[in-house]
Design a protein around this ligand. Structure first.
Ligand code: ADP
Ligand code: 5GP
Length: 206
């Protein structure tokens, strides 16, 4: 049996730095694959279709739901977001580790369907810094800013469903923690049963 890839779920309040951390992590660990989500949210300046998201309209998104094209999907901040099922399944089958950067509702669905996924919650150092970061990104209207801050409190309550908490204070340190988690998870015995069986077949007594 070829070894299957590992699913890594990253969640956390908007502005915590998930996107920034993902970019840095992928640069350091090019063997990882990032799943590009589908969304009905309009693109922010600089966002590219197929790179940051697959942008679509509500009608098409709802069609995709009906056709079972999402591994998970949720309504977040008045828009739909979903993970394309086929891409993720193909990557995992090919032995690649796949990162999903999704909200807490989506993470819950993944936990039900793929319990051996790794769940990581990204935290800002504090709420003031979270506000500064969203403002600094300059992408939100006042209404959307307020909604994101209000939701942050609810999102934090979901942290107990996750396996790991990573505070994104210093960027480099936070990326290192993510790398360490992934490396350790790859070493878990239950993820390496194929290797252990192979050694046994070779006559090595483990
Ligand atoms: P998210 O994807 O969680 O919504 P972003 O990655 O878009 O968050 O980050 C929000 C803002 O915070 C961006 O302007 C980003 O440059 C900044 N940022 C991210 N991580 C840090 C950090 N460790 N220190 C300072 N600023 C950060
Ligand atoms: P943003 O609009 O800031 O890019 O993302 C808003 C929220 O949607 C973030 O919490 C982000 O993690 C989440 N999100 C992005 N893609 C997906 C997805 O495919 N599924 C779910 N459930 N949430 C997503």
């Amino acid at each position: 049996m070829p070894k299957k890839g590992m699913l890594i779920v990253l969640s956390g309040p908007s502005g915590a730095g998930k996107g920034t951390l993902c970019n840095l992590l992928l640069r350091k660990r090019p063997e990882l694959t990032l799943s590009v989500s589908v969304t009905t949210r309009p693109p922010r300046p600089g966002e590219v279709h197929g790179v940051n998201y697959f942008f679509t309209d509500r009608e098409n998104f709802e069609k995709m739901i009906k056709k079972g094209e999402f591994l998970e999907w949720a309504r977040v901040y008045h828009n739909y977001y979903g993970t394309p099922r086929r891409f993720v399944e193909e990557q995992l089958k090919a032995g690649k580790d796949v990162i999903l950067e999704i909200d807490i509702q989506g993470a819950r669905q993944v936990k039900e369907n793929c319990p051996d996924a790794v769940f990581i919650f990204i935290l800002p150092p504090d709420i003031e810094e979270l506000k500064n970061r969203i403002k600094k990104r300059g992408s939100e209207t006042e209404e959307s800013f307020n909604l994101r801050i209000k939701s942050a409190e609810e999102e934090l309550k979901a942290i107990s469903y996750y396996d790991y908490a990573v505070v994104n204070d210093d960027l480099e340190a936070a990326v290192e923690k993510l790398e360490s988690i992934i490396i350790a998870e790859r070493c878990k015995v239950y993820r390496n049963m194929d290797l252990i069986q192979l050694k046994r077949r070779e006559g090595i007594n483990i």
